[in-house]
Design a protein around this ligand. Structure first.
Ligand SMILES: Cc1ncc(COP(=O)(O)O)c(C=O)c1O
Length: 424
């Protein structure tokens, strides 16, 4: 039975840190360069090690833990589902109530997408990890190109951007500009052409008779916490309308309040045709992602048998999703992100005025990047870990600051004091 007062330092097991590290070393793939910390518990903005030392989590699993770790309302909803026997995966041949309720909640959480195709609301296709929903979006853009634009199947082209990050499976790494993500993993998936991020003229040059869509992050997370120039997203919107292309925004990292708006695209007053959400959609407790679009487009692209996923939209994930979206609304996490982000960014900009290490500070809401002069962001992240702060680099050159959206004033003060110690 869940007991919110439980506070075991070793939490799950009494296995020592050294053993945990050696187990990973021996039995795990070495695909992450980890900081030297074994986390035993996570609560709110804080992570705890086996000695009871607490670390302020300023990464929040790359925006997945937006409401803070183990948010009590989400944990409660999930615990009820488990104890009430409505949590486990059910064969997709029958309906389940959590999925229906989740679909209604999330489809109406966003404005009408792709309004040029109708105003009958949005429809949602649920998956697990974010990359799966990115691929779902790609399927829809290609299908539209074939079915509606008459592009020969196999010739469809999608415009993507330099320094994009959309996940790690074969199709999306095929159009990554990071060599390390692709090298040796061929044959890669064709059908993608790359434009410079933020350069509308570059995008225009790539449009041809086979172009069916544009896939873009409205702010780039892994690409170095980049914010596109004013007018860029509107320019993409106009181009998509003129050329009959589908414009899809990947908001897996920047959606759901991270940048101080419910959706990142609201900063530019631009509405996409398709939207991909993940990470924070379940409050960081189970994998849950979605592809959402206008109901006409969804019905056009997907019919019985053309897509599916055993766990996509399974009850426990949906219960977490409903609770996480409710928490965003009830606890005004979007407003908190805007307010606390403004305060934090102003304090970091003040540090930057005299720091010999800071090249640029970028960000909106609690999505803030500190680009360092020598491109060695991870060196600073390791120093910050010693001070009790978890951050990592984005694209090697930028310290990524993305704490839970309900970070309080005291926690921000601690974060700023720590940054002062390493950057001044
Ligand atoms: C913008 C963006 N798209 C897609 C993904 C992939 O999500 P996942 O790791 O859940 O597959 C990420 C993950 O960091 C991301 O930031």
């Amino acid at each position: 039975m869940y007991n919110p007062n439980i506070n075991l330092i070793s939490a799950y097991s009494t296995t020592t840190d050294d053993k945990i590290v050696s187990f990973e070393d021996t039995y795990g793939a070495h695909h992450y360069d980890r900081l030297n910390l074994v986390v035993r518990q996570a609560k709110g903005c804080w992570l705890t090690d086996a000695t009871g030392r607490k670390y302020l989590d300023c990464l929040a699993a790359y925006s997945a833990a937006n409401p803070g770790h183990h948010h009590p309302k989400i944990v409660h909803a999930m615990t009820e589902a488990l104890l009430g026997n409505y949590a486990s995966v059910i064969s997709n041949v029958v309906y389940t109530d959590p999925l229906g309720v989740f679909l209604e909640k999330v489809a109406t959480f966003a404005p009408q997408l792709a309004p040029r195709f109708g105003a009958n609301g949005n429809k949602v296709l649920p998956k697990n990890g974010g990359v799966e929903s990115v691929e779902t979006a790609i399927k829809m853009m290609r299908y539209y190109g074939w079915k509606k634009k008459g592009i020969k199947d196999g010739q469809q082209e999608i415009i993507i951007f330099e320094n994009n990050f959309h996940g790690r499976m074969i199709t999306v790494i095929s159009f990554s500009s990071t060599e390390k993500y692709r090298e040796g993993f061929g044959p890669l998936t064709p059908g993608f052409v790359s434009a410079e991020y933020g350069n509308l003229e570059d995008v225009k040059k790539l449009v041809n008779k086979n172009t069916c869509g544009i896939l873009v992050e409205p702010m780039q997370g892994e690409g170095g916490m980049q914010i596109p120039p004013a007018g860029f997203l509107q320019g993409l919107r106009d181009l998509a309308d003129q050329e009959d292309l589908l414009l899809v925004f990947d908001e897996i990292q920047v959606g759901l309040g991270r940048t101080g708006k419910r959706f990142c695209f609201e900063h530019d007053d631009v509405v996409p045709d398709g939207l991909v959400l993940g990470k924070a959609l379940s409050g960081g407790l189970v994998p849950l992602s979605i592809f959402m679009t206008n109901s006409e487009l969804m019905d056009m692209a997907f019919n019985i048998g053309s897509d599916g996923s055993t766990f996509g939209g399974y009850p426990l994930a949906c219960v977490a999703g409903i609770a996480a979206l409710t928490v965003i609304e009830e606890e005004k996490l979007v407003e908190s992100s805007a307010r606390q982000g403004k305060k934090l960014k102003a304090a970091i900009e003040k540090i930057a005025e005299t720091s010999p290490h800071v090249k640029e500070v970028r960000g909106k809401g609690l999505f803030i990047g500190i680009e360092v002069v020598k491109g060695n962001a991870m060196d600073f992240c390791r120093q910050l870990l010693d001070l009790g702060l978890i951050v990592n680099d984005s694209h090697g050159h930028t310290i990524r600051i993305s704490p839970p959206l309900n970070i309080n004033d005291e926690e921000i003060d601690f974060l700023v004091e720590s940054l002062e110690k390493v950057l001044l």
